[in-house]
Design a binder for this molecule. Structure first.
Ligand SMILES: [Zn+2]
Length: 148
């Protein structure tokens, strides 16, 4: 099983690609901000992170061929991107500590969602519970892929 959530990879040019939050422009019109991408430190090529490609293409499909919106924030649609964004905002350490910082932020977010889920279930609100559950499942799939 491939590790979908990793933070580094090797570029075609042999350089090291690291993760960044990037603004992508769709159809020269729609700004999609805070998309996790891999960017090469040597040749500055970048590509959407494999773990977000699916959500990103869904988002673009929903925009259609003549989008009316001009800006979107990807972290509102993707839980993992949102955790990454939070981590980068408060991160002051070295690159090699980043992985651990992301892990910590991930477990903090999972704890938060579990608390919310408990509140939703006490409120007997099935729609809210379902929404939290799907956010949790997306995050857990990222953490699980870390182990393999
Ligand atoms: Zn490169």
């Amino acid at each position: 099983m491939c590790n979908e959530s990793k933070l580094y990879r090797t570029c075609r040019c042999g350089g090291v690609m690291t993760i960044h939050m990037h603004t992508l422009i769709y159809k020269a019109k729609v700004k999609i901000s805070r998309v996790p991408v891999f960017m090469c430190r040597t040749c500055f090529q970048y590509e959407p992170h494999p773990a977000v490609k699916r959500d990103l293409s869904l988002m673009i499909q929903n925009l259609g061929s003549n989008p009316e919106i001009t800006s979107l924030s990807f972290i509102e649609r993707n839980e993992w991107a949102s955790v990454l964004n939070d981590t980068f905002n408060g991160f002051q350490g070295e690159d090699h500590d980043l992985e651990q910082a992301v892990q910590q932020a991930m477990s903090a977010r999972i704890d938060l969602l579990l608390d919310l889920f408990r509140i939703a279930s006490e409120a007997a609100d099935p729609v809210w519970m379902g929404e939290i559950e799907s956010r949790l499942l997306k995050l857990i799939s990222h953490t699980a892929s870390k182990v393999s």
